[in-house]
Write a protein that binds this ligand. Structure first.
Ligand SMILES: *Cc1c(COP(=O)(O)O)cnc(C)c1O
Length: 338
């Protein structure tokens, strides 16, 4: 099977397993797991921020950040396709009792004018208090689109002028950093909190890290425990994450190249409508004419290729560490035959 369903499907390589096998571990709830401590320090250093906390998932890092930044009744501003709103089980309401102001962005990206227009009047008692802006980079449902850093800076300005905090869902931030040749330290200067996933394109089996100020992370540690995310000898997992950060960032360029090759092949087909700009490792396209999205996904499956029909008309294909150049060639041959 050639599995394009998600970049979460990667399995640890022998070298990564070896790093895990040799990890020194301890009870992390007591703060005694040296490998987790190392991962947290490495992550915060990378972004030039004060502290970090290791969590089992990106949903948890996002939800902890939202909980720490808000009070029940506050409002969060984000794009309508955001993972925090679409794919975290209603956690914003469930965990934090907040409402959401959704912005109709550009392939999952919002801009400063839209943020400005979404801020409620503080003196109007009818309105929830606008408290937090959350960006997603790359934007998953925007087809892996990346922000221009200048646009992020403008959003930060608007946040500062209006007492809003700024969170980054950076589940695939490293894809954006590599594609745009940007530095994590620039991001660290702007955001109040950053969530990164190491279990996506970087290829670790499990793990996300939330990064921020010391005070914020102290609060996050309490919330992680309350959410049931305090882990014990999880240094075995952190070892895989350290390995991934040290070995698997630059190679994301290969995934991006593979995604562009897929997009180019798909473009030739009359059953393919709009393809979102395949800037990183995600290709989302409209299916039209002779197939529905589900039928096309089924055609692929019969030829040992797994894709996801994310709506009735859209298919998503994601490239990752376990997709080789040969698999791309094979997939393109099959696309040509369909
Ligand atoms: C995958 C993903 C997450 C986190 O997902 P988990 O499966 O909970 O780790 C968060 N945001 C985006 C944009 C994602 O794609």
């Amino acid at each position: 099977m050639i599995d394009f369903r998600s970049d979460t499907v990667t399995k640890p390589t022998p070298a990564m397993l070896n790093a895990m096998f040799n990890a020194k571990v301890g009870d992390d709830v007591f703060g005694e797991d040296p490998t987790i401590n190392e991962l947290e320090e490495k992550s915060s250093d990378m972004f030039g921020m004060e502290a970090a906390i290791f969590c089992p998932s990106g949903t948890m890092t996002n939800q902890i950040a939202i909980k720490c930044h808000t009070q029940p009744g506050d409002e969060i501003i984000c794009d309508k396709l955001s993972h925090i709103y679409q794919y975290e089980g209603g956690g914003i309401g469930f965990n934090s009792g907040c409402s959401v102001k959704l912005i109709d962005g550009n392939y999952g990206r919002i801009n400063a004018e839209q943020v400005e227009a979404s801020i409620n009047n503080k003196n109007d008692v009818h309105k929830p208090i606008s408290k937090l802006v959350s960006l997603e980079n790359t934007a998953n449902r925007g087809g892996g689109s990346c922000y221009d850093f200048e646009d992020i800076k403008s959003i930060k300005k608007t946040c500062k002028a209006n007492d809003l905090l700024l969170h980054l869902d950076g589940a695939r931030l490293f894809n954006a950093l590599v594609a745009k040749k940007e530095s994590p330290k620039d991001y660290g200067k702007i955001f109040d909190s950053i969530s990164i996933c190491i279990s996506k394109g970087l290829g670790a089996p499990v793990g996300s890290v939330l990064i921020g100020t010391k005070n914020f992370i102290t609060k996050a540690r309490r919330i992680r425990k309350v959410f049931g995310g305090g882990m014990r000898q999880a240094g075995y997992l952190a070892a895989a994450c350290i390995y991934a950060l040290e070995n698997n960032i630059e190679r994301l360029n290969d995934d991006h190249h593979h995604a562009k090759q897929l997009a180019t092949a798909l473009q030739q087909k009359d059953f393919v409508g709009e393809i979102m700009p395949a800037e990183t490792n995600i290709v989302i396209f409209d299916v039209k004419g002779k197939y529905t999205a589900a039928e096309l996904a089924d055609k692929f499956k019969k030829r040992n290729i797994l894709v996801i029909a994310i709506t009735k008309t859209k298919i998503r294909m994601v490239t990752h560490l376990d997709i080789t150049a040969e698999m791309i060639t094979e997939t393109i041959e099959i696309i040509n035959q369909l």
